[in-house]
Design a protein around this ligand. Structure first.
Ligand code: URP
Ligand code: ZN
Ligand code: ZN
Length: 464
């Protein structure tokens, strides 16, 4: 059989098994796995590892971030950066602007993304209001359209929901078969600490981390899992940063609650000391939850090694540093309170986990593929994606496991003007990214086209 494309000679990471085989691709799908395959085009991938293209199920792109504040990435730059980092699908959040309905917000995001993406995209929702139109009309309609997951916040003024509201939203998730994702930090406790810090004149970026200590995340994680237990729904706790929060998740699981957990590179490799750099520089590392310390890093690594985490995402949320529309927002130097929260990371997520996890012997190749692609597809209902298996989309990334890179702003493709991992050395780099059989990045260079489309999803597997 003649295929459109054959990838030949790679070590192929299939679900649960690594195999030396060719990958036969036709019509954008993986149709054959075997030896000696024929193709109209053949990629010689000897010495490389073929992985499922990364799925980053937690990214923020062109998200409204307050008056005068602008995210550093639009869909073109974010998906270019994602593809160069070995991803083939990203899952951004749709956040309504003031006065916009959820359905209007989704329409606006589709308009921003359409025709501009180098990877496929699939939207999550953010629910910040429990009015009857949102809960009774918009949410059910959007879930029916395949936007089958949404995030709620227990923190951030103007976005947080009360416990009563979270229960209402979870009830809609239960009725409609969607998955609730929770940002778990206790806003009242943070506000108490933030006010106190400001009264004492502790206003530098590091106080962002000091006013969001582990207990505020641990308590909120306990509450979020308990609310899910009461509502009778599965829940995804996103961006878990420390061992105490992970313990709460494990305790809830032991009670029979269906809890899924996500962590991110910042909680494996950065610490609160990064926010304590000279002058205003620490603002580059301001994100929530904040990076912790090396003991908490070890707890998160242990969780990854022991299978306590389902997905590893970036929480890419880029702001330029030297920009009044970014980290240097009005009032940001006067108080950490005004520094936009979030860091860029969609391009560095996979190399960091490959280098620190696979190369250092902490996780296997198959665990890497599960944590970075397969589990995202299964959990969020991307039925055609996330695995090198017959019938799946030919979303594949070829890795050079020996390539050494020093992460630096110079080699990245995002719209931010810095990377929090400047100078971080990695071994292993994605050298070719293939989306539905089409090469979108080769040798670090993105192709000049935008083949990415929005992908509607099935109900998350845990919600079925
Ligand atoms: O600081 C962060 N993580 N910003 C992005 C929004 C969120 O909470 O995920
Ligand atoms: Zn969050
Ligand atoms: Zn986020």
């Amino acid at each position: 059989m003649m295929h459109d494309l054959v990838i030949s000679g790679a070590r192929v990471v299939c679900p649960g098994v690594v195999s030396d085989c060719d990958i036969g691709i036709s019509g954008g799908k993986i149709v054959t796995l075997g030896a000696g395959l024929e193709g109209a085009e053949v990629i010689d991938a000897a010495g490389l590892i073929a992985m499922p293209g990364g799925i980053d199920s937690h990214v923020h792109i062109a998200q409204p971030s307050g008056p005068g504040i602008e995210m550093a990435d639009d869909f073109a730059s974010a998906t270019r950066s994602a593809a160069c980092g070995g991803n083939t699908t990203v899952m951004p959040f749709c956040l309504p602007e003031a006065g916009q309905t959820l359905r209007e917000a989704v329409a606006a995001y589709h308009a921003k993304a359409k025709g501009n993406c180098l990877t496929d995209v699939s939207f999550h929702l953010i629910v910040t209001s429990t009015d009857p139109v949102t809960l009774g009309q918009d949410l059910p309609a959007l879930i029916a359209q395949g936007l089958t997951s949404f995030k709620v916040f227990m923190t951030y003024q103007g976005m947080r929901l009360s416990d009563a509201e979270i229960l209402q939203v979870m009830d809609v998730a239960r009725e409609q078969g969607a998955l609730t994702m929770v940002h778990a930090e206790n806003e009242d406790a943070i506000e108490f600490l933030r006010d106190k810090a400001e009264r004492l004149g502790d206003t530098a970026p590091v106080h962002h981390a000091r006013t969001r200590p582990v207990p505020v995340e641990r308590e909120a994680t306990h509450r979020a899992t308990t609310l899910a237990e009461v509502a009778g729904v599965p829940v995804m706790i996103v961006h878990v940063s420390n061992g105490a929060a992970l313990d709460e998740i494990q305790r809830a699981k032991a009670r029979g609650v269906q809890v899924l957990a996500e962590t991110c590179p910042q909680y494996l490799t950065l610490t609160a000391d990064d926010l304590d750099r000279a002058g205003f520089d620490g603002a580059k590392w301001v994100c929530s939850p904040p990076p912790r310390d090396t003991a908490e890093q070890a707890a998160i690594w242990a969780g990854l090694e022991q299978g306590a985490f389902d997905v590893f995402s970036s929480d890419h949320c880029p702001f330029r540093f030297a920009d009044p529309a970014g980290k240097d927002a009005p009032g940001a130097r006067a108080s950490f309170r005004n520094i936009p929260n979030g860091i860029p990371g969609v391009e560095t997520r996979l190399p960091i986990l490959f280098s620190e996890g696979v190369r250092k012997g902490r996780i296997s190749l198959t665990a890497f593929a599960a944590l970075t692609a397969t589990n995202h597809a299964r959990i969020y209902g991307l039925k055609d994606k996330g695995a090198i298996a017959i019938g799946k989309d030919a979303d594949i990334v070829l890795w050079d496991p020996e390539a050494k890179r020093t992460i630096s702003q110079d080699i990245l493709h995002h719209g931010a003007d810095y990377t929090p991992w400047e100078g971080f050395e990695v071994t292993g780099w994605p050298v070719r990214t293939i989306l539905r059989g089409q090469t979108v990045v080769q040798d670090g260079a993105p192709v000049d086209s935008a083949p990415g489309v929005h992908v509607a999803r099935e109900a998350p597997d845990v919600s079925r």
